[in-house]
Structure formats: C-alpha cells, structure tokens
Design a protein around this ligand. Structure first.
Ligand code: ATP
Ligand code: MG
Length: 178
C-alpha cells in the first residue's frame, strides 16, 4: 500500500479527437509512481505484447502495462476473436479495479470497445462507480460514453487543432507517437 493512498479516488477521462490522451495518462502514471503509488495500465486494441516506448520504459520502472488486442480493428480478419480479446482484457481490468490494491488504474482506449458494442457500457460504468473509494481510474479514448462522463470527476477534451499526419502526411514517429 502506498503511503500517499488517496482519501478520494478520482475518475479522470481524457477524450476528444486531439492527440495526447494516452500521453497524458502516462504522465499521471509517472507522477503517481513517483509518490510510491502502485499504478497499472490496461490497453485495449493495441497488439498483445506491443513494444512501444511506454512499454519499454514501464519495464525499466517496474510498472505494469498490459496490452491486449490484435492491432487496428478495421484490419481484423476475425471480429469474434477481436471481441473476445477485448472482453478478456476487460475481465482482467475489472478484477484489478475491484481488488483495490492498485492506486491508479489507466483503462487506455477503453471507449472504443464500448462504442463498438464489444463491452457492455453499464458494466463498465458500474464497475468504475462501485470501485474501492481510494482507487483513481483514468479512462482514455474518443467519444467517452455519456454515463461515464456523468460519474467522472475530471473530464478533459483534447481538441484537434493540427496533427502532423493529417496536415502534412508525416507518419507516426517513435518516441512521439509510440
Ligand atoms: P497519444 O497516444 O499520442 O497520446 P491519443 O491517445 O490522444 O494519442 P489515439 O486516438 O489513441 O490518440 O491515437 C493514437 C495514435 O493516433 C497516435 O499515434 C496519435 O499520434 C495518432 N493521432 C491522435 N490524434 C490524431 C489526429 N487527430 N489525427 C491523426 N492521428 C492522430
Ligand atoms: Mg490513445
């Protein structure tokens, strides 16, 4: 248990079309970790075992980032499999939230499997609403469900003003995008 365990866990949502939702969540993880808090990230959609910069850094920090998915869903050949992976990932995440032994849990790109209908929004909202009171939860992704927004303490919308891919055709770069 961290010395700085919170009295009131917050639900923080990073949503909107602009870049920075996952990046900001990683920043919070580092900040909390610096206080000796226990932190975990569960990623949806990204490839299982992805080796982005954040996964490499997390390994060195001793932080857990569990990534499960088969990459970009619109390229998926087997939607049943894609759905099953998301359902399984949510089960793991839900167990971690309920266990209450992690001070800050990031549910990264969790809005998409809800939007696509792979996860029951009521289950996601109820799990987060009924979590142990000291647990901070961060949810990232576009189009956050209105019921989730309703119970959140912090909702930040990243606004897309410019993006190098769309505006200049600059492809995703290591260290900046993954
Ligand atoms: P990041 O992981 O960089 O913080 P994000 O979590 O806000 O981004 P996602 O919707 O998860 O955004 O998208 C992840 C990838 O898509 C990143 O490589 C990011 O640079 C890119 N991206 C984010 N926003 C845009 C945009 N408006 N147009 C094009 N690409 C984008
Ligand atoms: Mg993201």
């Amino acid at each position: 248990m961290a010395e700085s365990r919170s009295a009131k866990g917050l639900l923080i949502i990073h949503t909107g079309d602009g870049k920075g939702k996952t990046t900001a969540a990683l920043g919070l993880m580092v900040r909390a970790w610096g206080h000796g808090m226990t932190v975990k990230m569960f990623q949806f959609l990204k490839h299982t075992g992805a080796r982005f910069g954040e996964h490499r850094a997390a390994e060195k920090f001793g932080i857990s980032i569990e990534s499960r998915g088969d990459g970009f869903t619109w390229l998926s050949k087997d939607m049943d499999e894609t759905t099953a992976i998301a359902v399984d990932q949510w089960a793991r995440c839900k167990a971690a939230i309920k266990a209450g032994d992690t001070d800050l849990i990031v549910v990264d790109e969790a809005t998409y499997p809800v939007t696509y209908g792979w996860l029951d929004p009521d289950d996601v909202v109820a799990t987060i609403a009924d979590r142990p009171p000291h647990v901070h939860v961060v949810v990232t992704g576009r189009d956050a469900h209105e019921k989730l927004v309703e119970i959140a303490d912090v909702v930040t919308e990243m606004q897309d003003v410019k993006h190098p891919y769309r505006d200049q055709g600059i492809k995703a770069q290591p260290g900046l995008d993954f």
